[in-house]
Ligand binder design. Structure first.
Ligand SMILES: Nc1ncnc2c1ncn2[C@@H]1O[C@H](COP(=O)(O)OP(=O)(O)OP(=O)(O)O)[C@@H](O)[C@H]1O
Ligand SMILES: [Mg+2]
Length: 1080
């Protein structure tokens, strides 16, 4: 079940914010605190300041659920809690980039350290997460147990009292994730190391080490578990209720490991702690010297030995340092002996220095580990947990310093809240009745003034040559500060204090803002000097121990510095000054811790004690200022920016000045006028309730705005999506439509084409029909017209035709027909070849004769044309061929084969061939034919080859081989030539009877070129001058005159058994048979 934390304004127990307290008085204030305390409400606000009353019991208000509850909530929204302050600080650091500091003040035991831890744990819980961030957080948180072990101790007021001041800067990145931190420590109460007031303990670590370390570790450290063995450990309250030292030791070891201490570093630290314990056990005894003075000697050297062994120091060196003191002045070294008291002083000084330096080293070492790595600008949250105001019975230098620090803090508080607030009202022109408050600047001045401040006086005394004692210091104060109204002393010149017997002689009293404190001057000078004899620091430096060597750098003989180190007071003043300057740069958040009782017990509320704290913390003044003023203020711009959404006129943009915007806003929200005021640059809101009202409205409005933004975004997203879909759909549809239309168009187009083609066809046919009809009509009309005209003409001309019209028409017609005939013939004439037999058919019978005549004429004409192309030689050849044709065509079978043979004549090339040169020369005439022939032997019919030469006058037969003329026949002696009708080359030259050549008889010869030879012979005869022609007999039987006999030569068709050759055989005396193959 969710636990609903009560709202600040719904507060049932008293009032959660003192500003709302009515009536306001110190009593009602304390009563309110008491009432709330009784009801376990330990936190109460004064505006933004948290008052925390220590409950001294564990409360269920720091659970993780509570963290979640306060997380990101408005400061005034829930009931007061330290978490609300932590959340507010963290958020303004993260969101508004304002560095924060959390100032936790209150007296010892009031709960400051607890509060600081609560703040840190809250911030750790709400800031970012992640491996690296968690490591940083863990280291920051774990630095606490380590520092508490070494710096806290049980006191009468607090079992875990912080004996040092601590200021921790936690560094964050821009996201608000922790990056690291820096711890500053202030003035460890080191006197506690050597001496503790009654009922108090030394620092926790001593007890934790002895109770929690293993036997082995203790043995190594040469320690004994028994507390009583160690002088520096007070025996009373060695064991504290509810404090488990052994368990805490383990926690510390573990924390040291987490923070990043190396194992050897932890060991060194423990060795140093052990060494301090050992140091406390070193005792001295006096030894008289001859000059009458006492010199100290170490009593029992065992502890000294063990300590030297632990730290690696040469025993004799340390022993000597406890007996002698070397003073260096003006280059001279003077060694003086130490008496027992001085030796103890030296020992304690060493122990205190050792421990305080060890503590500072631990802080430095932790800082090294938790140092932020990133170099980017950090946001910083500082947490200051410093010792509270202390008023003891015996107040010494430490209390003086602590209270000085608290004065300074009060000063800051005044600076930042009271004075600043009032000044702001004046600056802003807000009507304001001044509230009187006590400004403690005067007390700060009393302490820290450079010329006559108490710290300056103390330093002056410490540095002054001559005898300096606490008394001389007090005397000085008495003279210098006597007039100061906050300074009191018995020896004060101001007579009114002379009677103040409550003031002892060796004391002075300061009227702090928190009350009067009596300080005993004893030890002031010493503590301020904080002297450690140089012999001791040199002895430490000589140690064979890295850490020790590191802690005492001034012991290095090479770096001897004769200048006195700065005094404790000076150092503290400087560091407090730095701290204050640091705090002033940050936004302060106050936690005022109040201790309800002195008994560390729950449920007890000691009013007088609380009243005292309320007074010195200035809480009443704080409330008064708050009440008189305004709970909240904000510059107009951020205010308008923050709340502008609450008014329609200012949302989303206000164009005018911011102040007017805020005025419009407030008017619109109907906030009562007395609840706020308008300053020059800020609006001041009187009551947190108003602020809360604004915040609540804003929260609601933001939710509505978020819903609106969400709505608009979703709408936009859906619309964008829809538009995209629509666009896609249009594209798809367009494509589909295009496709469908294309399909449809193609269908329509083809249909149209079909329809069109049919229509056109139909139209064309129709047109054709019409045209045909028209043409027929026209033709008919023409015919009719022609007939009609004819009739007309005939009727007209009938009278003229009667006489000779018929003849004229006939002639005309014939003329026309002839014209047409000739024109037709012209076109169809056959080719120009004389052998072309074609001739067009005749068109009319009556032209038959003409047609044939024309054919003949045409033939003759083309022959003439053909002939006209011939040369004389060619003409002669053709004439010869013609003659051959006339002689043999259709008469002798051999003729056909001769037509294609050219008539060469001189087959032997007689004139050129040297072989026949002689023969050629024997012939007078030009040789017309020279050929090889066979002379048929009349006896057996066999042939003998002979050369036949033919000239114009004779026929010569010569031997083929010798060229000798065998016979020379004059052509006129030849009567005829006989040849067969067949396909053979036989011929007989028949001679004139009685001629000279006829002596031997006729010649029967056979020639390859029979036709040519006979034609030539015939031609010579026909061209001879005598005009006597040679007869050519063609017959298959003829008679040949061989000498005296007449032999018949008969040609028969022979079977082609003897091949194709013609054979000639003598059959009998009168018959020579020539067989000619049929196919030859
Ligand atoms: N919020 C709290 N809830 C429960 N107990 C608390 C709370 N605050 C403080 N205490 C108790 O009071 C004791 C003292 O508190 P704390 O150590 O914080 O005081 P302090 O102000 O730091 O004192 P000193 O100045 O001595 O260091 C704690 O040990 C614890 O027991
Ligand atoms: Mg503390």
């Amino acid at each position: 079940m969710e636990v609903k934390t009560k709202s600040l304004l719904d507060n049932m127990i008293g009032v959660g914010d003192m500003v709302l307290l009515e009536p306001l008085s110190e009593d009602s204030f304390i009563e309110n605190l008491r009432k709330r305390f009784d009801h376990n409400e330990i936190y109460t606000y004064i505006g933004s300041v948290v008052i925390s009353v220590n409950p001294y019991k564990s409360m269920l208000i720091y659970t993780p659920e509570k963290v979640e509850e306060y997380r990101n909530r408005n400061f005034y929204e829930l009931s007061p809690h330290i978490y609300a302050l932590a959340d507010e600080a963290y958020r303004s650091l993260r969101d508004q980039d304002k560095d924060q500091c959390i100032l936790i003040t209150g007296e010892s035991g009031a709960g400051k350290t607890e509060a600081s831890k609560l703040v840190m744990s809250y911030v750790a819980a709400v800031c970012g997460k992640g491996q690296e961030v968690n490591k940083v957080k863990e280291q920051l948180l774990q630095s606490n147990p380590v520092l508490e072990a070494f710096g806290n101790a049980k006191t009468v007021r607090n079992d875990n009292s912080s004996r040092f001041g601590k200021y921790m800067d936690i560094e964050f990145d821009f996201k608000g994730d922790p990056l690291g931190g820096v711890i500053s420590n202030y003035l460890l109460e080191k006197s506690r190391v050597v001496k503790q007031p009654r009922g108090e303990r030394n620092f926790h670590i001593f007890y934790q080490l002895l109770s929690g370390a293993s036997d082995d570790t203790l043995k190594k450290l040469k320690l004994d578990r028994d507390f009583s063995k160690y002088n520096y450990l007070s025996l009373d309250s060695a064991v504290v209720n509810g404090l488990d030292d052994a368990a805490n030791f383990r926690t510390v070891r573990n924390a040291m490991q987490i923070v990043g201490f190396m194992e050897d570093e932890v060991q060194s630290v423990l060795e140093l702690v052990a060494a301090v314990l050992k140091l406390g056990n070193i005792e001295f005894k006096p030894e008289s010297r001859c000059n009458g003075t006492d010199e100290s000697r170490v009593k029992d050297k065992n502890d000294l030995k063990e300590m030297c062994e632990l730290l690696g120091i040469e025993q004799s060196v340390l022993e000597r340092a406890f007996s002698y003191r070397t003073v260096e002045a003006k280059m001279e070294k003077v060694s003086t002996t130490l008496n027992v008291a001085q030796a103890y002083y030296a020992r304690d000084a060493l122990a205190k220095n050792l421990y305080s330096r060890l503590f500072s080293w631990i802080v430095t070492r932790i800082n090294e580990s938790i140092k932020a790595q990133a170099k980017t600008r950090h946001k910083v949250m500082g947490v200051l947990d410093i010792y509270g105001f202390e008023i003891f019975e015996d107040n010494s230098f430490e209390q003086f310093i602590i209270n000085y620090c608290n004065e300074k803090l009060q000063q800051i508080f005044i600076e930042l809240t009271l004075r600043e607030e009032q000044e702001e009202y004046i600056r802003e022109g807000i009507e304001w009745t001044n509230i009187e408050y006590f400004n403690n600047a005067i007390i700060c001045d009393l302490i820290e003034n450079h010329q006559n401040g108490i710290l300056a006086m103390l330093d002056e005394e410490c540095l002054r040559p001559g005898t300096v004692t606490d008394e001389t210091f007090l005397d000085k104060l008495n003279t210098v500060c006597a007039e100061h109204q906050h300074f009191e002393s018995r020896l004060n010149k101001n007579s009114k204090f002379l009677n103040d017997h409550s003031l002892p002689h060796c004391c002075f009293r300061i009227q702090h803002y928190a009350g009067k404190v009596l300080y005993r001057v004893e030890g002031f000078v010493d503590k301020n000097n904080d002297l450690l004899y140089r012999d001791l620091s040199q002895a430490m430096y000589k140690a064979n121990h890295t850490l020790i060597k590191h802690l005492f750098p001034e012991g290095n003989p090479a770096k001897v510095n004769l200048k006195r180190p700065p005094t404790a007071g000076f150092q503290f003043k400087a560091s407090v000054g730095t701290l204050m300057r640091n705090l002033q740069t940050k936004n302060p958040n106050y936690i005022r811790c109040i201790k309800p009782n002195d008994k560390k017990a729950p449920h007890i509320f000691t009013e007088s004690l609380v009243c005292h704290q309320v007074r010195y913390l200035g809480l009443m003044e704080n409330v008064r200022v708050r009440r008189a003023g305004y709970a909240f203020r904000q510059a107009y711009e951020p205010c308008l920016e923050r709340y502008k959404m609450l008014c329609k006129r200012t949302w989303p943009h206000w164009r005018g000045p911011a102040r007017e915007g805020v005025e419009v806003l407030m008017a619109d929200l109907q906030v009562p006028a007395e609840e706020f005021s308008y300053g020059r640059s800020k609006i001041f809101i009187r009551n947190p309730r108003t602020l809360f009202f604004l915040e609540e409205r804003r929260r609601q409005c933001l939710q509505d705005l978020a819903t609106l933004i969400q709505k608009i975004y979703r709408g936009w997203k859906c619309r964008t999506h829809f538009l995209l879909l629509k666009k896609s759909q249009i594209v798809v549809a367009a494509w589909y439509r295009r496709y469908a239309q294309q399909k449809k168009y193609q269908k329509i187009k083809s249909a149209t084409t079909v329809v069109q083609s049919y229509t056109r066809g139909w139209q064309a046919r129709k047109l054709l029909r019409e045209l045909k009809h028209q043409k027929r009509c026209e033709e008919a009309a023409t015919t009719i017209a022609a007939y009609w005209h004819g009739t007309q003409v005939r009727r007209e001309y009938r009278k003229f035709f009667r006489a000779n019209a018929g003849k004229k028409i006939y002639d005309f017609t014939i003329q026309r027909i002839m014209q047409k005939y000739f024109q037709g013939l012209k076109k169809t004439l056959p080719s120009m070849s004389p052998i072309d037999k074609n001739w067009p058919a005749r068109p009319y019978i009556f032209l038959d004769g003409v047609h044939m005549e024309l054919r003949r004429i045409f033939h003759l004409w083309r022959c003439k044309k053909y002939r006209s192309q011939f040369t004389d030689e060619k003409k002669a050849v053709y004439e010869e061929k013609l003659e051959a044709s006339e002689l043999f065509k259709d008469k002798k079978a051999l003729y056909a084969s001769s037509v294609s043979q050219p008539f060469k004549g001189d087959y032997l090339e007689i004139s050129k061939n040297p072989k026949y040169q002689k023969l050629n020369s024997s012939v007078d005439e030009k040789v017309l034919l020279a050929d090889v022939v066979n002379k048929i032997n009349r006896a057996n019919g066999k042939g003998t080859t002979r050369i036949l030469l033919l000239t114009k006058k004779n026929v010569v037969l010569a031997d083929q081989k010798t060229g000798q003329v065998k016979a020379n026949v004059a052509l006129p002696d030849l009567t005829s030539v006989s040849v067969s009708t067949q396909n053979d080359g036989f011929f007989a030259l028949r001679l004139k009877e009685g001629s000279a050549s006829a002596v031997k008889g006729d010649f029967l010869l056979s020639s390859e070129h029979l036709i040519e030879t006979i034609t030539k012979l015939h031609h010579i005869g026909s061209t001879a001058s005598d005009g006597e022609q040679l007869n050519v007999d063609i017959s298959d039987e003829f008679l040949v005159q061989f000498k005296h006999d007449k032999v018949c030569v008969k040609f028969i068709q022979g079977a082609p058994k003897n091949g194709n050759s013609v054979s000639c055989k003598r059959k009998n005396n009168r018959l020579l048979e020539v067989s000619v193959p049929a196919s030859a």
